[in-house]
Design a protein around this ligand. Structure first.
Ligand SMILES: C=CC1=C(C)c2cc3[nH]c(cc4nc(cc5[nH]c(cc1n2)c(C)c5CCC(=O)O)C(CCC(=O)O)=C4C)c(C)c3C=C
Ligand code: FE2
Ligand code: FE2
Length: 344
């Protein structure tokens, strides 16, 4: 008997003969850490009007004339530092998250993963699932905090692909989970285990989220509020545990891009300010990222370390994202199971 059948009430009508697909989706990544591949990826990513909210007529000449001729070499150098023999960490970890929960919902449920930009694309993976007979598909955007630049673009792309299908599957989406106890408890347990294994006790725990232009907040995007709420609820869970006693919690926003005003305080400025004001031991966690990627492995763990130590800090560590940790996989499994309820 499948997991889903076990959990249905006895009088539930017979299940459909089709299968159920689960598609984990993360942001995306280049195919290789070279300027050509990074250029192709950035062109797709930065042409999305939800990511860069400047009219295409003004933005495309800047993108094609300046950004795509300068940024790929710099970004490729960053990707080269974190690339592994399994490829991009973001794609590799997301694929292993899918593998880890595959088989946990019964034989009728197929789990796979996609990258919103780059490969494997949402289009390829949705076609694969429908060809395998999935007439119901659960999409899981792996962004705990909702943003139009991330969560909404997954919906847009799924809708675009489905527009081309005569026989569309039924759809569900995992909602944003920034204040979900499943997520907060998984983070609290995982971060506590990691901090206990360090050779030093931190003075400061910096929670660093990916940044966004300040005007997205002014236009009503809930992202900034979601990040602040995650920070507050996580701090509340951690501060009573002995491992965190006396630790000061701070929140910041990383990965500033372009000349516009971004959410503040910026992570790099915060690391320098902490070092300069005498903080000696600091750890960083990036709770908005479901998987380690160039932004955590290079920008935080390499660049951020230099910034803090050069400003006077002595001990520094970046904690892993939930990735394929026991707590992370348990959270994903339970979150997916909850949304699959009744679908069998
Ligand atoms: C205007 C530009 C960008 C916005 C807005 C933005 C929002 C945003 N991004 C993530 C998550 C990730 N971003 C990643 C990489 C990345 N992001 C931008 C720009 C914007 N992001 C760029 C140009 C890049 C590429 C790297 C670089 O050139 O610096 C990644 C990692 C991808 C990887 O391959 O490892 C993630 C993950 C969120 C959550 C977000 C808004 C909430
Ligand atoms: Fe980004
Ligand atoms: Fe970055």
């Amino acid at each position: 008997m499948t997991w889903l059948k076990q959990h249905l009430p006895n009088d539930h009508p017979p299940v459909s003969s089709g299968s159920v697909g689960v598609l984990l989706v993360n942001l995306g990544t280049p195919d290789a850490p070279d300027p050509g591949s990074v250029k192709r990826y950035l062109k797709q990513f930065l042409s999305d009007p939800r990511v860069i909210e400047i009219p295409a007529i003004a933005w495309q000449p800047i993108l094609r004339g300046i950004i795509l001729n300068t940024r790929p070499a710099k970004s490729a150098a960053a990707y080269s530092k974190i690339w592994t023999d399994r490829g991009s960490p973001l794609a590799d970890i997301t694929s292993r998250q899918a593998e880890a929960i595959e088989g946990r919902f019964g034989e009728n449920v197929i789990v796979d993963y996609a990258m919103r930009y780059g490969n494997p694309s949402i289009e390829t993976q949705l076609n694969k699932l429908t060809e395998k007979g999935c007439d119901r598909i659960l999409i899981a955007p792996l962004y705990p905090q909702y943003s139009a630049a991330t969560t909404a673009t997954v919906f847009d792309e799924v809708a675009r692909v489905l527009k081309g299908l005569r026989w569309q599957p039924a759809l569900r989406f995992v909602p944003p989970y920034h204040d979900d106890a499943l997520y907060l408890n998984a983070l609290a347990d995982d971060l506590t285990a990691q901090v206990s294994a360090l050779s030093f006790k931190p003075d400061v725990m910096l929670l660093s989220f990916h940044g966004m232009p300040q005007r997205t907040l002014e236009k009503g995007d809930p992202y900034h509020c979601h990040c602040q709420k995650t920070s507050r609820l996580l701090r509340e869970r951690l501060q009573d545990r002995p491992e965190w006693e006396g630790v000061r919690f701070e929140t910041s926003f990383q990965s500033r891009f372009g000349p516009a005003q971004w959410l503040e305080p910026a992570t790099d400025d915060t690391l320098v300010a902490e070092g300069e004001k005498g903080t000696k031991r600091l750890v960083v966690a990036a709770p908005g990222f479901s998987a380690d990627c160039v932004e955590t492995l290079e920008e935080l763990a390499l660049e951020g370390r230099d910034e803090f130590l050069e400003a006077g800090g002595e001990e520094f560590a970046v904690l892993d994202c939930l990735n394929t940790s026991g707590s992370g996989i348990q959270m994903l499994e339970t979150m997916v199971a909850r949304e699959l309820s009744g679908w069998a």
